[in-house]
Design a protein around this ligand. Structure first.
Ligand SMILES: [Zn+2]
Length: 165
């Protein structure tokens, strides 16, 4: 039994109320938060929750590792592409895609600092990992654990900028 396997299996969490969902986000992100419509509380989340606001400018991620007390959320801003559209390799799931599918999403770490991540625009990384593994007849666990690890690092980086909101 590898660490990765238990990592994946346990990564399910629930959101009890709208308040809990909103509070998963930092204050700076709450200002940009548009919740998905028709959410019924409480609900269970498998792996992580992600959605886009209607204009597509923001993509949200809500994630919780088993050892975290509460889920944490972040708002990514889609970075307008400059220059020629190139697409690329998602740094989280290694899927290859066009500039429509993969691009820079930025996270405001503080008022002046933001970090960019070259990832799938819709953060469908786990589905891509599972699909790729299935087609290859491989176990997706290692790549899923790696994906969670990258998300964990992202939230750790954000934490380093606290308590400034
Ligand atoms: Zn991806």
């Amino acid at each position: 039994m590898s660490a990765e396997q238990s990592y994946q299996k346990e990564n399910e969490f629930s959101i009890g109320s709208e308040e809990e969902l909103v509070n998963a986000f930092r204050r700076r992100d709450q200002k940009k938060l548009i919740l998905p419509e028709r959410l019924k509380y409480p609900f269970r989340v498998r792996s992580y929750m992600t959605w886009k606001e209607p204009s597509g400018a923001y993509t949200y991620l809500v994630f919780k590792l088993p050892n975290w007390d509460v889920p944490r959320g972040v708002a990514f801003k889609r970075t307008a592409s400059t220059g020629e559209p190139t697409g690329g390799l998602c740094s989280w799931c290694h899927a290859y895609g066009s500039s429509e599918e993969i691009g820079l999403l930025s996270v405001a770490m503080s008022a002046n600092v933001s970090s960019s991540y070259l990832v799938c625009h819709d953060l469908s990384c786990i589905e891509k990992i599972e699909e790729t593994a299935m087609l290859a007849g491989k176990d997706p666990d290692k790549n899923i654990a790696e994906l969670y690890y990258r998300m964990e690092k992202l939230f750790e980086n954000i934490s380093n900028y606290k308590p400034e909101n």
